[in-house]
Each structure stands twice: as C-alpha cells, then as structure tokens.
Ligand binder design. Structure first.
Ligand code: BES
Ligand code: ZN
Length: 978
C-alpha cells in the first residue's frame, strides 16, 4: 500500500491481500474524481490565473495517471524543523475554505469505504515565510501537473512563489510545502488540493456509521472533528484560534439528506450535489457534515426565531423518539438567551442521533451530534435517568453554542473553561426544561463528589495547563477528563454562588457580547467589574482573580477543620493518602485557598464567612450544649469539612434523632466527607460507618446514593474476603425499610413514585435489596424477568427498574436468562433499551458467559466500537468478571489501543474501571508490569490513568491492611442478632 493511504487495521488485512487492486481502485477513483474536479472548475472561483491544471483525462481517452502520494516517514529522530513541531507557526491566517466532499456509501471492490475531496483555502500571510504548513492526517493527495501535492496561487498582484518541495509529515500531521520564494505580508493566497480518505468506522474525522433498517444495511457518513480530526477530513489549519468561513458542498446519492451548519441551497442529478450557505467565522473543530437517509421533525419556537430540527433513523422518527428532545430544545435555548443576554447566534439548530458515536454528544455549531441514547426518548422504554441525561446533555451542548462556539478558547489548555462551564450550566438549562426535578442539587453527586475522588490524589493536576505543555493530539484528548468537566463545573458553581448567579451571568454576558476571548478568571476583569457595580462582598483586599487563581492554578482542594470548642478553623490540602504529600508538586500558593464558607448553627443559617489563611479564629463557631455547626451548606464550596469529635458526635445524634434538620444535600455531604476523611485518616473508619446507621429512617435519594457510592468502595475492597458476608447482612438490614416503603407507596410495585429523585431511590432500593439477598426482592425481579421471557413482546418491567431488574435476574440465572437478554439486546429498536441489557449482561456469575461476552466486545458486529470499553468496565465491576476483564485487557492491549483509537478519551475510563478493585501487592505488581510491557505501544489518553491506578492501588493496599479488622468488628457488632 506504500504507506500512503491509511486504513484501519481490520480492513488492512483485506488490503494486503488485494493490495495492488486497492491501489488501482483508489487511483481509478482519483481519476473519476479529477474528472469531476475538471468539470467543476468551470463553476469554481477563479484560480488566480495559475496555469497548473489538476490531472485530467487526455483527449485520447487514456488517463494521466495521478500518483498516489507517499508520506515521508521520518527515519531519524525528530529535528527542530517547523514541521516536526505540533503547533502551527504564526505566519499564515486562514480566511475561508471552499470544500467539496464526496463520501461513497457503498464499498468498492476491495471492501473499502472512501471519500474523495477537493478543497481550497484562502489565507493571508501575516509574517514573511517561505513555508506553508497545513494540517492533514490520513489523506492521500492527487499530484498536480507540477508534481506537487497542492497548487498555490496568489490572489493579489504579485505572483505566488513556486513550490520547491511538498510532502506529508505523518507524526505531526502536516502537509508541508517548501517554496522557492517568500510569501508577502498582507497578501492573500489560495491553496488547492485534491485528495482521497478512508470513510472508516473509527469514529473520528469523516467516518461511517452503520445500522440496519428493514433488513437493509444503511451507511451514514458523518463527522467528529473535536479536538484534532478535522485534518482527517480535509487539509486545514486545525487549531481553535484559526477561525475561518467555510463553503461546503457534498456529493451524495439521490434521496439522501445532508446537513451541515447552514441551510441547503441546491440539489441536482445525476450525482446529487448539495451546497450549503457559507458558515459563520468558526473553528475547524466545530464543523460537521452528514449524509444520511434520515428523517426529521421540526418546530419553530414562538418567541425564538430559530428553526429547530431533530434528525434520526426513519424508524426512530416514525416512533416519535425525537419528540422529547424537540419539545425541550426551544425552552432551553430561550433560557440561555436570557442567561447570556445574547440571542442564539444562528438561524437554525439541528440535532442528530447517530448509531455510532464516540462521545455522548458534540457541540458542532448548528448541527449537534449525539449518540442515540443521549437524544432519543420513548416513554415506554426510557427511564427517568435516560430522560434526565437527554435534558442535561441537550442543555450542555446548547450552552456551548455561545460559550465555546461564538466565543472560543485560544488553545486547548483552556479547555476546562469550555467544558467546566457547560457542565455547570447544563444543570441550569435542564432545570428550566424540568423544573420539578430539583436537578440542580444533583451536581453535588454527579460532579463535586465524583471529582473529589480524583482530585484528592497526588497525581492530580490543576484545572489550567500551560499552553506549551499541551501539544500532541493525545495530550489534548487527555484534557477531556473529570478535572476539566467536574472540577471546572464545581469551581464555577462556587464562583457563581459567592458572587450570586446574577453577577456571574452579567459578567458572562458582557464577555459574550463583546466577543472577548474567554479567559474570565485569569486575565480579564469582566467579572470584577460586575462585582464592583453590584457591591458583592469579597474578603478585603481580594479580587475575583486573586480568589480564583488558588482554585485554578493549583491542583487539589482543602479540608477545612472546624473546632467548635475553640473556634479555631484551619485548612489543609486534602490527600486521600497523606503519605503521598512528598510527591505533590510545589505550588505558588502553598496549597492554601481562599475559602467561602456558608454555614449553619443548630439548623439556623448564619452569615457567609471566608477562610483566607491557613488558620483563623471564628468565635461565632464556638458552640456548647446540644448545639452543632454544619459548614459548606449545599456543598456550594469545593472543599471537605472536618469537625472536632464533639461536633461530629452531635451531628451523628441529629442524624439519628431528627435528620430533617440537616438539609438533604448536606446529609449526603456528611456521609461522603466522613468516609473520605476516614480514608485520609482524619477520623476513624468506624465514625464514617456510623453515618450510615440512620439510613433506616432516611427516604431521600441523595444521602442514600452517597452512602451506597461510599459503601461500594468497601465492597470493592472486601467482596473477595470473609467480610463480604457480614457487610451484606448489615446492608440488607439497612435497606429493608426503604424497600418496604417503596413497595407501600407504589401499590405493591404497580405504580411509579411521583418524584424524580424518588424514582431513582426506588431503583436503589430494589438493587440493594436484591443484591444483598433479600428473598422478597429476588422473587419479585425473577418473576418479572421470567414473565418477560415467556412473552417477549410484553415486557412487564418499568423502564426505571429495567437496568437493575435485568441485572439481578441475569445474575441469579444461567445461560437461558443470559441468552434471552442477548437476543433482546440484538432485537432492541431503541438504543437505551439495548444499553440497559448491555450492562445487565455483565452481571452473570458464569465465568464462561463473561469470557464469551468479553470476546464480543472486540467484535464490532456484536458490540459497537463506541460501547466496547464501557462493556469491558461493566464486566470488571462484577466480582466474578474482574480478573477475567483484567487478563483480557492486558492480553489485547496492543489490539485495543490501535483499533480503538489512541486519542479516544474512553481509555482512561477503561484503565481506571478495570483496576478499581485492585488492593493487593500482587495486583500492584501486575499493574506495574502492564505499564512496563506496553511502554512502547503507550496508553494515549489513558497515560495519566495508569499512574492514577498505581497510586490508587497502593493506597488501597494500605487501607485494607489498616482497616480490615476494625471494619469487620464494626459490622459484626452492628448486624442485628438473629
Ligand atoms: N465537546 C464535548 C464532546 C467531546 C468530548 C469531543 C471529548 C471530543 C472529545 C461535548 O460538549 C461534551 O462535553 N459531551 C459530553 C456530554 C456532557 C453532558 C458532559 C459527553 O460526550 O459525554
Ligand atoms: Zn462539552
């Protein structure tokens, strides 16, 4: 194959056998395409008078053979040449692109899906140079008459220098043109290219997604550019600040639909051709174009001048699965217009559900792409959790339409602002869509608690990175992590809380309207101006900037300890394993923060205060008698709280006697803080366990979920040891009243609880009751499942309960239950149903079924590539599947890594997920061996996850050694005696 045409490994096998033929086919296609190009020349803009012509058919009918380009693969160590660096030089600035792409939706004789393209970019020279670097990855160029990979023309009066040398630089993903003379500053030039790429199933760039409808296999050609895959679709200056205008044309079969950012203009036969209005000036990573035979539904919101459409498979649209998303998009857009005080920047908002999609959703400007589970809803099939995800993910992506898209980050090191902000305001947008859900509270479980676990490790990192540290595509991908998303969201929520939402959003709207580069916190003063004009109180001498620097520039977060007998409070960097303090990198701020403290005394809310130094004396916080202090109300601050022992005892007393005097979010906080403080040795593990005792009288979801999340760690550590049995007995006892409660309020499981959170807690009650062996529960779930097995057309299980009921029934059952689940998985007509089964199939206790299932994960005909890593993690979460999944991952790492994309962000989930139970020296040794064995292949975006896993395992080993006995004793004394 000459290395020139990059193809996926799987196709590669076919490619080697038919190698010569494939080249011929590609050449043939290139010829067909160049003929097309030649025809199109007549309608393209002038090429600046250049005499170089693209390859064309000679008058005699034979073709001038276009040569398939071969990238030069460097054999020596990278030099210091500009093309060996990853960043573009600052010499050229794109103005607009004119791009025609023709995806082939059927395979050619060699089993390849390809696309051909023709593009030109007009750019300006802003610094004198004799070098053009433009991103290009896995594209194969047709040479021009002068034997070069591109054609350069001047648009001004001075002719363009000729090209000296042109080649591809695969490592840094550049098309390089060395010129014989200099480009002139201020002059504009046009660069033309003709190219071919593979329309692979690799979920990146211009790729294909496949599904079956009415027995027919259908192909969608679609895109995922963020962060660095636009260069895989066409040559472009692929950095976020290199904004330009795009004129896009797609060639496609008749009767298919195309969409991109702006509206369709024309179509005609024989090869249909759809041209779109030019885009706004925008970043390459936000482009999207799709060819499919989808249907859509649309609406225009009354007081919003925007055309809203939901696109999906014909059957999904016919079944009404787009209706929920359609009904919520208008209100959410309207909400954000108000929030940002700026109108939606485009005339239309398209959202499309794709069967194959790597992330959850992507905020392409005006054409948001989703995996099907994140957009399509069916009340008969979807759970309340599915519905919540749809509402929040729509809100998240719509929030990006302003923050991220209209106002764009300069470079990826600022990604946290983009994603953190969207991850915060998604809760506000979703709250608008579903005001009865109290959804804003859930950020505490979904983001704050989630990221505390990662940010308490010595291997964590600050929110902001230095520009020079983020260069390679995999370094960029690695930034899409819990720190950027969840810490970003938590810290911005804290900022919004101490400024007030009004001041925060006013600051933002100024920022949006004036098109400032978003760097709200670190360099501009927009928020400070808003603060000054509203008289918001900050600690004396501090500014928004000085406060936020502490949270943004240094990793981690503090634990604030309040001594209620002395009124002394202090802060310390919270490390899950205090012995790792030595390996924490130095910080300019010495790991001290400026901490806003909202608090209450014996149930009465007090005036907010600040902790500005390492220690402070707060006489107001001294309490006696039965009084108690509770700090970090609503967990609006990004920190944990510890107290003197007396206050802890009083808080435990309140929990057990009248827990309602503590706000529900803080009940969840007390449990989470206690468990984590215990892990970091601030308090005894038994004190943490005692926070779960009152749960027999707790009916609310948040404290229960917090407790179950934390007890999950105990299960991970002990479910292979003798403590398991006694833990099960304790938890079964604790869950009993909750299980009974839901049985009672649902007319013996025949109705659905009204509250959103209650619906979650009902599922929790069943999950825990069944998994701890409560017979009544198991009879119930087994009964439902076997009823379904008898009459598969009538599933009696409510969607809210399906994940847990399927799991429980498959765990209790054998091959028949599993095979039935697998058949239903294959037959599912909505992805959310398939996903529920996909997770439940990992619950079987039969190792042979688990091994078979593991094999399925790497067969894209059985488990879609987008779902492979999460399925492996599901299997690893099952105590029986743990070691099977680990062996499988180690054994296939090379294959997984190369086939499933080095840049894919799910690698960190895979590595963290498969190793989360690790707690022995032997496992640590294996993990280190795994790291060493694969040092050459690498871990891509999972690199950090490997070191996090090593750190976590080390801490787990110590924790088990130190706590095993006391944990066993505590559970033994707590379980009710028969
Ligand atoms: N921009 C991201 C999608 C993305 C993630 C692209 C990683 C490339 C790499 C999008 O805005 C996003 O954040 N999606 C989230 C959903 C959200 C609700 C947290 C996702 O895909 O999970
Ligand atoms: Zn996002």
């Amino acid at each position: 194959m000459g290395g020139g045409f990059y193809i996926s490994k799987f196709v590669g096998v076919v490619g080697i056998v038919f190698g010569a033929g494939a080249v011929a086919t590609v050449i043939a296609l290139a010829v067909v395409y160049s003929q097309e190009v030649a025809k199109n020349e007549a309608v393209s803009p002038t090429n600046g008078g250049s005499t170089i012509k693209p390859p064309v058919t000679t008058p005699g009918g034979s073709t001038v053979k276009p040569q398939i380009t071969t990238p030069v693969i460097p054999t020596t160590a990278p030099s210091n040449e500009p093309w060996d660096k990853y960043r573009l030089p600052d010499t050229l600035k794109p103005d607009h692109y004119n791009l025609t792409l023709w995806p082939r939706l059927t395979v050619n004789a060699q089993d390849l899906y390809i696309f051909t393209g023709k593009s030109y970019v007009v750019f300006q020279c802003v610094k004198e140079t004799d070098l053009i670097l433009i991103h290009s990855n896995k594209l194969n160029y047709t040479k021009w008459g002068d034997d070069h990979l591109a054609k350069l023309s001047a648009l001004g009066s001075t002719p363009a220098p000729t090209i000296k040398k042109s080649w591809l630089q695969p490592t840094t993903q550049f098309l390089v043109l060395e010129l014989n003379g200099k480009l002139a500053v201020g002059e504009s030039y046009q660069l033309d290219t003709v190219f071919v790429g593979e329309l692979a199933d690799d979920l990146g760039g211009f790729y294909r997604s496949v599904y079956t409808e009415e027995g027919e296999e259908k192909v969608v050609a679609t895109t995922q550019m963020q962060p660095t895959d636009a260069r895989k679709a066409f040559p472009c200056f692929d950095e976020p600040a290199m904004k330009a205008i795009f004129h896009i044309t797609l060639l496609h079969p008749p009767m298919t639909k195309c969409c991109i950012m702006i509206l369709i203009k024309t179509s005609y036969c024989p090869v249909w051709r759809t041209s779109f209005d030019k885009t706004k000036k925008m970043s390459t990573y936000l482009l999207a174009f799709i060819v499919s035979d989808y249907d859509y539904i649309n609406s225009t919101n009354d007081n919003l001048n925007v055309q809203i459409r939901i696109y999906a498979r014909k059957k999904a649209i016919a079944d009404g699965q787009g209706e929920y998303a359609l009904s919520k998009t208008g209100p959410i857009l309207k909400f954000f217009e108000k929030y940002y005080n700026a109108t939606y920047p485009l005339p239309k908002s398209d959202q499309i559900a794709l069967p194959d999609f790597n992330a959850g959703a992507m905020e392409n400007w005006g054409l948001i792409t989703y995996r099907e589970t994140a957009l399509l809803y069916d009340p008969k099939m979807s759970s309340n959790s599915n519905k919540e995800r749809i509402a929040t993910i729509i809100a998240h992506e719509l929030a990006h339409m302003w923050f991220g898209n209209l106002v764009t980050l300069r470079w990826w090191n600022d990604l946290w602002l983009n994603e953190g902000f969207a991850s915060y305001v998604e809760y506000l947008g979703a709250n608008e869509a579903e005001p009865d859900w109290n959804i804003k509270d859930l950020i505490v479980l979904g983001d704050v608690h989630r990221v505390f676990a990662v940010d308490a490790l010595a291997s964590s990192h600050p929110l902001s990175s230095r520009e020079e540290d983020i260069q390679k595509p995999e370094q960029i991908s690695e930034l899409f992590d819990a720190i950027s998303y969840s810490k970003g969201a938590s810290v911005l929520r804290m900022l919004s809380d101490f400024l007030s939402e009004e001041v925060f959003s006013t600051g933002l709207s100024v920022c949006t309207v004036y098109y400032h580069i978003i760097n709200i916190i670190l360099s501009n003063t927009v928020l400070q101006v808003a603060v000054n004009s509203t008289g918001t109180s900050l600690p004396t001498g501090q500014t928004v900037h000085s406060i936020m620097n502490r949270w943004v520039l240094q990793m981690g977060f503090p634990v604030v300890t309040i001594n209620t007998t002395t009124g002394l409070i202090n802060q310390q960097h919270f490390l899950l394993d205090p012995s790792t303090a030595g390996s924490v990198p130095p910080s300019d701020f010495k790991y001290e923060w400026i901490v806003p403290i909202r608090w209450m005394k014996t149930g009465v809310v007090q005036q907010q205060t600040w902790l500005e130094d390492k220690t402070a004396h707060k006489p107001d916080m001294i309490v006696t008698g039965n009084n108690w202090i509770l700090a970090n109300l609503n967990v609006s601050g990004y920190y944990r709280v510890n107290y003197d022992n007396t206050n802890w005892e009083r808080l435990l007393g309140v929990l057990s006697s009248h827990h309602e005097s503590i706000p529900v979010i803080n009940r969840a906080q007390l449990v989470d803080d206690a468990f984590n403080l215990a892990r970091a040795k601030y308090i005894n593990t038994t004190l943490a366990l005692r926070t779960t005792k009152y749960l027999r009288s707790e009916r609310e979801y948040m404290p229960w979920e917090s407790a179950l999340d934390n007890l999950d760690f105990f299960y991970l550590m002990f479910d292979r040891s003798e403590i398991y049995g006694i833990m099960q007995t304790y938890l079964k006892y604790q869950i009993e009243p909750l299980f009974k409660h839901f049985g009672n309020i649902t007319g013996n499981w025949t109705e659905v609880p009204t509250g959103h959170m209650d619906q979650y807690n009902q599922a929790n009650a069943i999950r825990v009751a069944c998994s701890t062996g409560m017979e009544e529960c198991q009879t119930l779930t087994k009964g439902w499942y076997s009823q379904w097995m008898k009459d598969s057309a009538n599933n009696p299980i409510h969607p809210n309960l399906r994940t847990t009921v399927y799991c429980s029934a498959i765990a209790a059952g054998g091959a028949a239950e599993w095979e039935f689940g697998w058949d239903q998985f294959k037959a599912a007509t909505i992805a959310i149903e398939a996903d529920k089964l996909r997770s439940a199939l990992a619950c079987t206790k039969q190792p042979w079924l688990l091994n078979k299932y593991l094999e399925y994960t790497l067969d894209a005909n059985k488990i879609r590539k987008q779902d492979a890593t999460s399925t492996i993690v599901y299997i690893a979460s099952n105590v029986v599947g743990q070691s099977l999944a680990w062996d499988f991952m180690r054994d296939r790492w090379n294959y997984i890594f190369t086939q499933y994309g080095g840049g894919s962000f799910s690698f960190s989930n895979l590595i963290n997920g498969v190793t989360k139970r690790f707690s022995t020296e032997f496992e640590l040794k294996q993990l280190k061996q795994f790291q060493a064995d694969n040092s050459e292949v690498g871990f891509g975006s999972g690199t950090l996850a490997v070191s996090q896993s090593i750190e976590r395992t080390t801490a787990n080993i110590k924790w088990v050694a130190e706590n095993k006995d006391s944990v066993q004793t505590w559970f033994t004394t707590e379980v009710p005696k028969e």
